[in-house]
Design a protein around this ligand. Structure first.
Ligand SMILES: Nc1ncnc2c1ncn2[C@@H]1O[C@H](COP(=O)(O)OP(=O)(O)OP(=O)(O)O)[C@@H](O)[C@H]1O
Length: 792
């Protein structure tokens, strides 16, 4: 491998001949018969030869299909490397930097189980969907400690170590931003970063363990199977690791934002609710199962409408009693995933709970509430048949009501009444403030039940987090960012989609259709917003204009179907239910709702079903996250999902290419066109790094100082290599000075020769001019001489 010093020197001094984004045609390379990368519908790019060119397209003959040709736009054809099977650790060391060579490099590396690739200091991580031997072993962790980027093969550990060293040296907090689509590997890579930092730079105390162990519990309550990812995190996460003045890990801070609450009550047919529900059903010991009246997922409305199969292996499937399996599971068998196993994960989760300091009672309480939510979902309503227009509980639901009340510590009758009526306080006429009970219709009671389930579960989710805080791991809430004009469309005051939605929620009779129509009418000419029928996809074209809208995001167009938007935007729980749970005689449930806004708000605004905007919460959280990120240095990991089938060793080029484009990697390559991976004024770099350089080097002029090396390599935090590096830099400096001296001597000689030449030329010119002047002066006399001679 080329040493990084050499890389740095070649980058700044001799400037490698790189050919960048201009197409091969623009550079006149088309007629030398070299292979080029041309678009391919599924592979992203294919190798071919240019046969002909027209004004804006090229005729390409694929290398593997001689005689067949196709047309490709000029700007989508790129030069290929001479050896297309060659791969490099840092994509920037390729001769041609373009999206096709990037995709090919990532492809070749992926085929050799090299899932990580650098593009300068950004790490691309392709999800292998299988275990790669030794990739994350303790030995590998050791190898990366204190080693600079580029000295070892690309790895998420290298990024973690760089962030750690930057924090140590620059005395500034660092962020590692891990991005990618669902299932691309963000959670896994974040876990590896945590494991790396706590293993390498922990204090050896159990706080390190707790930071890592916090994950299984968070995942159990916040992750679910979706069609795109078996273990999809349905909440945003911002994990902080705190270091003391000796740069050792002393604590952590897990921030989360907006759990997907709708999943608690409904899921798509092939999706599941949160893992915890299935783990409890599959793995709970018989005594817990009995106490919490658990059975198969099929028996619970909140689980039965989605996929009811467990994740298990051949062996663990035998450990799950038959009566806990749904007919669907018995028929189709278990779901398979190398990292998921509901039965075993239940036990793993119990161990993790113990490790983070939860005792048996706390564990029992968590499970009890989860079971309570399941039984709550089974409560059903029917019309009362009286003139009140209200509803009553279905007779068959008596047991669910009893179990639910028992598990949540509520009075059975109170729960029944609170689910079927709403308390209103009179504001006019009669005695002001008199409470009256308004009967609820079947749909209203069902919505109230679901709202209660969501509120209980999300409070439970927040309450885990509080436990971490108590144990030295904290919580707060944040959100994520997108590009500016889209953000304005969504966020701006009054006309932004979120504000339009809030406005709709405040109407006496809000509706999803009216909200959608308002969005379209307020943004009729907005470039980023359009109606579903203009979509390229048939499935979107079937959506009516008042049922959705399309936003053209940077990453591509997304069709938002607006059914349930109004409902999802309201976090409020009606008064009677909110006070019912907050006054539960069960201490644990009481605590869950103790400091909740619901109880405060609903008391204050009694009389109306208050509105708590989910969208607004989102905005606030986003700003908090942005502020945090602004105050830190950043490193980036771009995760890539290799295929939609979620299997190993399958590289679907076209969709990987689109992920690389959307993650900005292609733009990064364009940025590198000049050969400089990053840009900073010379004096800033000089000031930042001079204290870590030997005195000999700091005396140099900032411009020269900045020329000679990759500073990261010379940082104090790389002590093993510092002496060697300084030696090399010195050598380079001597060489470069010697070259300068040689150049100076040559220049002086050249100048002397030039001066001599000019002096001779001057004399020659003087001679010529003088002779000419003389001749002119004496010409009359000289001309008269023959006449005088002829007279004599
Ligand atoms: N480095 C890896 N090695 C082995 N398997 C991996 C790796 N990264 C991801 N996976 C597999 O891919 C699955 C999805 O990864 P992960 O949950 O990290 O995706 P994600 O980007 O966090 O998705 P979401 O946004 O839906 O939460 C994992 O459950 C695991 O099976």
């Amino acid at each position: 491998m080329q040493s990084s010093l050499q890389r740095a020197v070649s980058q700044f001094v001799s400037k490698p001949t790189r050919v960048m984004s201009p197409t091969c045609v623009e550079r006149g390379e088309m007629d030398d018969g070299k292979p080029v990368w041309a678009p391919h519908p599924t592979d992203g790019f294919q190798l071919g030869r240019i046969i002909d060119i027209s004004a804006d397209s090229l005729t390409i003959e694929p290398l593997n299909q001689k005689g067949k040709t196709f047309q490709a736009p000029v700007n989508q054809v790129f030069p290929a490397e001479d050896d297309v099977n060659k791969h490099v650790e840092d994509n920037c060391s390729l001769m041609y930097l373009n999206e096709a060579t990037l995709l090919n490099n990532v492809r070749v590396r992926y085929s050799k189980d090299k899932i990580y690739t650098f593009v300068a200091n950004i790490l691309i991580a392709v999800n292998p969907y299988c275990e790669i031997p030794k990739l994350y072993s303790p030995e590998t962790i050791k190898q990366y400690q204190g080693r600079s980027l580029g000295t070892l093969p690309p790895h998420v550990y290298a990024i973690a170590d760089k962030a750690y060293r930057d924090m140590k040296v620059l005395k500034m907090s660092q962020s590692i931003i891990v991005s990618g689509e669902s299932g691309a590997g963000k959670t896994e890579n974040t876990k590896f970063v945590l494991r790396y930092l706590t293993t390498s730079y922990g204090t050896g105390q159990d706080i390190d363990e707790r930071i890592v162990e916090a994950n299984p519990l968070l995942e159990a309550f916040g992750n679910a199977k979706t069609v795109r990812n078996n273990n999809s995190s349905r909440f945003g996460k911002f994990v902080e690791i705190h270091f003391n003045e000796k740069n050792a890990v002393v604590g952590g801070f897990v921030s989360h934002y907006l759990l997907e609450k709708s999943r608690i009550c409904t899921q798509g047919q092939e999706e599941r609710n949160y893992h915890i529900f299935y783990r409890l059903c599959a793995g709970a010991p018989e005594d817990i199962k009995g106490k919490f009246h658990l059975s198969s997922p099929e028996a619970f409305r909140y689980l039965s409408r989605g996929c009811t199969r467990y994740f298990s292996t051949k062996d663990s499937d035998k450990l799950v009693p038959q009566n806990r399996k749904s007919p669907e599971h018995l028929k189709a068998g278990p779901l398979k995933d190398p990292l998921l196993d509901d039965h075993a994960d239940f036990n793993r989760m119990c161990v993790a709970m113990k490790k983070i300091g939860l005792d048996d009672t706390e564990k029992f309480n968590l499970f009890r509430v989860v079971a309570g939510v399941l039984h709550l979902g089974n409560i059903d309503f029917e019309e009362a048949g009286s003139t009140s227009g209200g509803c009553v509980l279905k007779k068959t639901c008596g047991q669910s009501l009893q179990y639910c009340a028992e598990l949540l510590g509520l009075d059975e009758e109170d729960l029944r009444v609170s689910l079927t009526t709403r308390v209103m306080h009179t504001t006019a006429g009669g005695v002001k403030g008199t409470a009256i009970k308004v009967p609820l219709k079947v749909e209203q009671a069902s919505s109230a039940r679901d709202a209660l389930a969501k509120a209980i579960y999300s409070h439970l989710f927040d309450h885990e987090q509080e436990l971490y805080q108590r144990e030295g791991l904290g919580v707060n809430e944040v959100h994520y960012v997108d590009n500016q004009d889209c953000i304005d469309l969504v966020e701006s005051k009054l006309v932004g989609i979120l504000d339009i939605l809030d406005e709709e929620n405040r109407l006496p009779q809000p509706s999803d259709q009216h909200f959608t129509e308002t969005v379209h009418s307020k943004h009729k000419d907005h470039f980023r917003l359009t109606v579903p029928r203009k979509s390229k996809l048939t499935v979107h074209r079937n959506v009516r204009d008042d049922e959705g809208f399309i936003i053209r995001h940077f990453a591509g167009a997304v069709c938002y179907e607006t059914t349930q938007f109004v409902e999802k935007n309201n976090d409020a729980l009606h008064t009677s239910l909110a006070s019912l749970v907050s006054e539960s005689k069960d201490k644990f449930i009481g605590e869950l709702f103790e400091n909740s806004n619901h109880s405060k708000d609903t008391k204050q605004k009694a009389g109306k079903l208050s509105f708590i905007s989910v969208g607004n919460k989102f905005k606030t959280q986003l700003n908090i996250l942005l502020e945090k990120l602004h105050s830190t240095g950043s490193s980036f990991v771009r995760c890539v999902k290799p295929n939609l089938k979620m299997v190993g060793h399958r590289f679907e080029g076209a969709q990987i290419l689109s992920q690389l484009q959307c993650s900005g990697m292609v733009s990064v390559l364009d940025l590198m066109q000049g050969g400089f991976p990053s840009r900073a004024p010379f004096h800033e770099l000089y000031n930042m790094y001079k204290q870590y350089m030997p005195a000999k080097l700091t005396r140099l002029d900032p411009r020269l100082f900045c020329k000679f090396a990759e500073f990261d390599q010379i940082m104090k935090s790389d002590p093993d290599h510092l002496a060697e590096l300084v030696k090399r830099v010195n050598k380079w400096l001597i060489c470069s000075r010697w070259k300068k001296v040689q150049w100076c001597a040559l220049s002086v000689i050249k100048l002397k020769n030039k001066m001599l030449y000019r002096a001779t030329a001057c004399i020659q010119m003087q001679k010529t001019v003088r002779m000419w002047l003389c001749k002119r002066k004496h010409k009359p006399r000289w001309a008269a001489l023959p006449l005088v001679f002829s007279v004599f």
